[in-house]
Design a protein around this ligand. Structure first.
Ligand SMILES: Cc1cc2nc3c(=O)[nH]c(=O)nc-3n(C[C@H](O)[C@H](O)[C@H](O)COP(=O)(O)OP(=O)(O)OC[C@H]3O[C@@H](n4cnc5c(N)ncnc54)[C@H](O)[C@@H]3O)c2cc1C
Length: 490
């Protein structure tokens, strides 16, 4: 059944048949001229961005990637249908970070204001020792990061993000079918057809596979290219818990953590914990990364149930703040456990009329908090690229541009997780002392130089300003437009 109603509705953009003002109808020959001079100009022009050739697009999966892409495409005039396997798109997950590289896209997609109501703008991230909770260093975030990148950084509950995206997609006329598992795709990749579990075949101009970390379309594309698509254990798993503020109320020892705007990162031997408040400080989110146990090796699921008793045992030797926080997890409460696997980069994200996005092509480990943000970047790039082609036969050009703009960048961010994992999980000793010294030095340099740590690189890449510049400073929609000519000439 298609989902057709929601309690809240948004007014869709008025369809005006104009594209970015300087965009000629034959986009290929002249797109080299930069048409967005800065973010503000782009934002102002965005509501009038209309696709030159409206397409019929099928999206597999209504996660963050699928819904964001549907919004960008529907808002620019394409006819979009999503097929989602689960019967109900409901509250699942825990905290997710929306960094500036994603929030500037979400603003153009008309969802940022709504997200701000539930999101928390983190002012500072505090890096702390596992054993005694002593602060090693910190990194300044909002409002300075927002001013620097002209887009905010916030943390939200994944369920809130998904709900807001779903509402916006529906208001733009996207048709979403739940309980609609896609079980096969056309053996001829030049034909954009999918088959549902019911046996029905659906055809369109393009299929966007946003079917997540266990994507079967990725497996099909990899097979077609003769590539062995493997998933390798990182040796880590992550507990995800969300503690209700009411449970901690009155306990001054931890109340400041949920009321405040500071993210906490405790680093210890073999693991680390990232924690921050979400949903307007009503919930406290904790992701606790620890060494995997042998029986978990094959389970790469977001929804596996973990055990509170095992979790408490794992963190028994950690500081009392952490133990105190964990004591508030209800005994029968939701402790989810997520096995962290890494995936080798694919030779290509595109095959004929099929394209992969989000976790289906660049599954991100949580060490750099970029999973949702990179899926949203994919949505931004596809929206611009598919909007610029003057004919269905040029879908391949748009996908070529998408892959050129996104693949190298997405895979670099994906790979950075491994380096970060090593740094965050050092056992106490010389290497750990050196890491902590560098974190202190980098924090000090940033304080001295007005937020710029210059040459003093931070071994925690998430807190490193050069890496932040690379992750957060990019306006990927603007890049797509500016690189269009160049990429298609190659
Ligand atoms: C249940 C769940 C909970 C999560 N919780 C967190 C969290 O707490 N913190 C965090 O940082 N990240 C979480 N994530 C991951 C995060 O949402 C993604 O890393 C990121 O947003 C990229 O999203 P995506 O759209 O590429 O993939 P996903 O969000 O994984 O979405 C993929 C979608 O495709 C659907 N699908 C899969 N196969 C098929 C098929 N054959 N036919 C039709 N539909 C199909 C799935 O049901 C799913 O809805 C979670 C993901 C899921 C699915």
């Amino acid at each position: 059944m298609p989902i057709t109603t929601l309690s809240k509705s948004h007014k869709a953009n008025t369809p005006t048949p104009i594209t970015i003002s300087s965009l000629p109808s034959n986009s290929k020959s002249t797109l080299g001229t930069p048409t967005f001079t800065n973010n503000t100009t782009m934002v102002n022009r965005w509501p009038t961005f209309r696709a030159i050739t409206p397409l019929k697009v099928t999206i597999i999966g209504a996660g963050v990637g699928g819904l964001s892409t549907a919004i960008g495409l529907a808002a620019s005039g394409h006819k979009v249908t999503i097929y989602e396997a689960v019967p109900e798109i409901k509250e699942v997950g825990a905290g997710i970070q929306i960094a500036p590289n994603a929030s500037r896209i979400l603003e153009r997609f008309g969802v940022l204001e709504e997200l701000k109501k539930d999101g928390v703008m983190i002012t500072r991230n505090s890096m702390r020792r596992w054993e005694d909770d002593v602060e090693i260093g910190n990194v300044d975030l909002m409002p300075n990061v927002g001013k620097k990148y002209n887009a905010p950084l916030m943390v939200v509950h994944r369920a809130d993000l998904q709900r807001i995206l779903l509402s916006r997609a529906l208001s733009l006329g996207v048709r979403i079918y739940t309980s609609s598992s896609v079980t096969a795709i056309s053996p001829d990749f030049s034909v954009a057809s999918i088959q549902l579990a019911s046996g029905e075949w659906i055809s369109s101009d393009l299929v966007i596979a946003a079917d997540g970390v266990k994507s079967f379309v990725r497996a099909e594309i990899a097979r077609r290219k003769g590539f062995r698509d493997t998933s390798l254990s990182t040796g880590d798993a992550a507990y995800r818990v969300v503690i209700d503020e009411e449970r901690m109320r009155g306990d001054e020892r931890v109340a400041g953590l949920i009321r405040g705007d500071v993210g906490s990162r405790w680093m210890g031997p073999g693991g680390h914990i990232m924690a921050y408040p979400v949903r307007g400080h009503k919930l406290y989110n904790m992701v606790l990364i620890h060494p995997i146990r042998p029986h978990q090796l094959d389970n790469e699921s977001w929804t596996s149930k973990g055990s509170k008793a095992e979790m408490l045992k794992t963190y028994a030797g950690w500081n009392s703040t952490v133990r105190h926080l964990l004591s508030y997890v209800p005994d029968d409460g939701d402790v989810m456990e997520w096995t962290l696997n890494s995936h080798a980069p694919l030779p290509s994200w595109v095959e004929g009329r099929f394209v992969l996005i989000g976790d289906a092509c660049h599954p991100m480990l949580p060490y750099v908090a970029q999973g949702a943000a990179n899926a949203i970047e994919d949505a931004g790039v596809l929206t611009v690229a598919l909007g610029l082609i003057d004919g269905v036969e040029r879908v391949g050009d748009a996908l070529k541009v998408y892959e050129a703009v996104r693949k190298e960048r997405g895979e670099a961010i994906q790979a950075s997780a491994t380096a970060t994992q090593r740094q965050l999980h050092l056992v106490d000793g010389k290497e750990q002392e050196e890491r902590d010294r560098r974190i202190r030095e980098s924090t000090e340099a940033a304080r001295r130089d007005g937020g710029n740590n210059g040459e003093k690189r931070n071994p925690d890449l998430w807190a490193d300003q050069q890496w932040q510049e690379f992750m957060w400073g990019v306006d990927i929609m603007k890049d797509t437009l500016e690189r269009w000519d160049d990429i298609l000439r190659r």
